[in-house]
Design a protein around this ligand. Sequence first.
Ligand code: SF4
Length: 493
Amino acid sequence: MLLTDQLLLNFQRCHRQAFLEMYGERSVRGQVNDFLLKLGQDKQRFQDSLTFDQTIAQPEYPYHDWEAGSMATLDLMRQGVPVIRKGVLMSFRTDQYSFVSTPDLLIRRSGVSVWGDWLYVPVDVKLSKRPKLEYQILSAFGADVLAVVQQVPTEVAWLYLKDKGWYAIDLPKVMPQMEALRDELLQMLLYQQEPEVFIARNRCSMCVWFDHCYAIAQSQNHLSLLPGVTPTRYPVLRAQNLATAEILAETDPIHLHAKTGLGHEISSKLVSQAQAFVYQQPVLLTSARAFNDFDALPTAAVELYFDIEAEPGLDLVYLHGVFVVDRQQNHQQFYPFLAKQPDEEMQAWQDLVALFQRYPDAPIFHFCAYEVQTVTRLARLYGAPDGFIQSMLPRFFDLHEWVTRTAVLPIESYTLKLIARWLGFEWRNTAANGAQAICWYSEWLETGNETLLNDIVLYNEDDCRATYHVKEWLTEFLGQQTALDLQPLASGF
Ligand code: SF4
């Protein structure tokens, strides 16, 4: 069995993913999505852009033929090639398994090794802004394999980060963590211990095994489909035989707290979430009642629904979409402020500012905090009229925060897409999502295909309209709760 660095990376993200990569049925493995492919291409471009004063060589070998790759890399190391790109390192541990590492770069240094008076240090190149522990662990794994290959302890290993440059791994600190994880992975693979499905939306939505795992989770009514059941809370619930949404829905939150030690608010929210799920009905959060939240969501003559599209790889905000709802005139209009090229970002920003100023009293509804953060950042970057930000901040209403603070819904995740779909809203292009829009914009820049821009604008408009739908529903829902709250009072008079 070959234990590769990629498997170790998968294992760190999800034990089950590593298992499926080794033993899963290939026919149920999905395609790598466009966004991940784009990230791979971006990384490749960045690696290719790195230049060195010394000679660079790359081993040639058939795709995924690690043994051939390792032989070709050994050949280059033996020759003392100064920089080896995409080398393959292999160490045979027992007759049951071998380790395979594929460091992005191997750089020759002076020192003593099996090759003579030189040795190699491993470097992994990452687009990441910070030296994530999962990358440090991979580098430690590579350092360990390299030590066997060149028969000298590896004392340094590096990450090269796009924005921050060189980062030296603290090998004495990270190596024991890597060994513990690697041994746990080995154990799982050697004994074919298939980990249980656990759907965690952030992690699973991009995974090639998602459809397969999701179907299993659904068939089992798995508790991980319930928002709020995190990987750490799940075993706590299981230990108390609270293994289904039905049981949880019937549990008193005070007992749940007493049995599990979970906080009062978490216990209460979990029970409400289970009830919403089982009875397929929204539930008002008791905390919302206490804070009387539902008095403060405004309805105005003119309202703006705002959504941004950005390309993180280019640090670019390329589209501000605003859906203007004029209730008095019974008129709705969508305005896309689009930077067709990266150097038009400032113009798009100025057009947005002008629209916001045209409706100085209109509340601005958006979903999640990104829009407010971005407006604040762009105002600093490109400037804005005096007092602009101070006057804008009270106008923003984050509907994600509003929904999650006041209600629980019979959905699996509180994304705009799932909430709006539960309300019956459908995006006109079903293939569209935020990650896909990033890919489309990148492809537009490369090909000049205007259809891609149109797809992005359509998607952005639908995001704004979906936000409008959510707001309309929430206003009505909270209004109904207020009316219910007032009933006993009214009958008492
Ligand atoms: S879909 Fe989720 S649970 Fe399944 S392998 Fe992927 S990350 Fe793991």
